[in-house]
Write a protein that binds this ligand. Structure first.
Ligand SMILES: [Zn+2]
Length: 222
């Protein structure tokens, strides 16, 4: 019964690899398959050879519900679960170590609202969660708290976590956060990035939420 969701995660993981947003076994993805059940990529498996049976299904407390190949869930499972627990609207999470988003995370710089595509999807700045060791409950709690009601958060000295109301939206968020980080860095080389006004940010984000998402008609998994 989880076959389709597992296959979607595998294809999404391969797409992240093709786009250079993850490397090797790093980064991980998950998809809410029921109100209190999540499909998540396994620990220590390269995206190029990932199979749908490697995906693990857990409940929101991390109890394994289904694991066809006996693999262990990603070591960042607590991070994913903390966000799903805090945000019932989130249906998918993509965690990457993409280069430019990670550069901002290493410099402890949130990404300001500088370019319209990510602003539409995510609203204002992409905030920065304080550093905590990977895989820990501390990291999970700080990431979920810093994310708040936003769609993406940077993890200090680590990477980015991007969320969506569908898997496709979470994947788009991962690409747009990386692009915004790259543009922000280049703009600073040219004398400094100029942020959009709060008013314009709110207008663009509101339009995306009220028109684009509604028109798309998505209410659940992509
Ligand atoms: Zn990571």
């Amino acid at each position: 019964m989880f076959e389709v969701s597992c296959q979607q995660l595998v294809l999404a993981g391969q797409s992240l690899l093709a786009k250079g947003l993850v490397a090797g076994t790093w980064g991980n993805l998950s998809l809410r398959v029921a109100e209190d059940q999540v499909a998540i990529t396994p620990s220590g498996r390269e995206y190029g050879s990932l199979k749908s049976e490697d995906v693990v299904i857990v409940d929101l407390n991390g109890q394994v519900i289904f694991q066809a190949s006996g693999r262990t869930a990603s070591s960042e499972m607590p991070l994913h679960l903390a966000i799903y627990q805090a945000r019932p609207d989130i249906m998918a999470i993509v965690h990457t170590h993409s280069v430019h988003a990670s550069a901002c995370a290493v410099a402890h710089k949130p990404i300001p609202p500088v370019i319209e595509d990510i602003v539409q999807l995510a609203g204002g700045e992409i905030p920065l969660a304080p550093y905590a060791l990977p895989g820990t409950q501390e990291l999970a709690a700080q990431a979920a708290a810093t994310l708040g009601s936003k769609q993406a958060v940077l993890l200090a000295n680590h990477g980015a976590v991007c969320c969506g109301t569908t898997l496709a939206e979470a994947m788009t968020a991962a690409e747009l956060v990386e692009k915004a980080a790259q543009i922000y860095l280049y703009a600073n080389l040219l004398g400094g990035a100029k942020a959009l006004s709060d008013e314009d940010v709110n207008i663009m984000h509101e339009f995306y939420v009220s028109h684009y998402r509604k028109r798309r008609g998505d209410t659940g998994n992509d």
